[in-house]
Design a binder for this molecule. Structure first.
Ligand code: HEC
Length: 167
């Protein structure tokens, strides 16, 4: 939402600033007239991803905040398809997959024997308190206490790991 407003505002500014019509090629830097699109955007540097295709409440989440939060996971986990395992398993395709089944990762017995499928809801429980969610697992992470943090990071993960509605 925010960036749509920003781009609209930028467009307006560009539209107003010239003041002398489309042949005003003298203005340096502020805008150009060759396409009329809002592509210049040095002011709009925010990388925003539209998450509205996700189910609620993840459709309302903030991608950039989620990406920032994921730095706490990123030392141990990758999200890209070929990201590989680190201290923790690769998370690509995690949603809809059975817990503890990433190829080539040496899980704790606890996670290996766990018999459930990762959904956003399960992940919410896991991230809120990994130790309580599945006692005996080996993920040394205290958890994300704030519901909003979990929502943002889960939505980021859904987007980055290839979640699809069928999962
Ligand atoms: C210090 C390293 C570390 C950090 C930080 C960490 N994890 Fe993990 N994670 C692990 C390990 C190790 C496992 C496997 C645990 C086991 O085998 O019991 C794991 C397992 C998982 C699993 C289950 C994967 C599967 O194949 O079933 C998910 C999902 C997960 N982590 C998500 C996250 C997210 C999201 C974050 C950040 C909010 C995070 N982890 C932070 C190390 C980490």
């Amino acid at each position: 939402m925010r960036w749509i407003v920003l781009i609209a505002a930028t467009g307006l500014l560009a539209g107003c600033s010239g003041g002398s019509g489309p042949d005003d090629s003298s203005s340096s830097g502020t805008s150009n007239t060759d396409s009329g699109s809002s592509s210049s955007g040095s002011a709009v540097e925010v990388q925003t991803v539209d998450l509205s295709y996700l189910p609620a409440p993840y459709s309302e989440a903030d991608y950039d905040t989620g990406r920032r939060l994921f730095r706490r996971c990123g030392s141990c986990h990758t999200v890209a398809a070929e990201g590989g395992n680190r201290a923790g398993p690769n998370l690509h395709g995690i949603f809809g997959s059975t817990a503890g089944t990433v190829d080539g990762f040496d899980y704790s017995m606890t996670l290996e024997n766990a018999d459930f499928v990762w959904t956003p809801e399960q992940l919410d429980g896991w991230l809120a308190n990994p130790r309580e969610f599945l006692p005996g697992n080996r993920m040394s992470f205290v958890g994300l206490r704030e519901e909003e943090d979990r929502r943002n990071v889960i939505a980021y993960l859904m987007h980055e790991t290839g979640y699809s509605a069928a999962d």
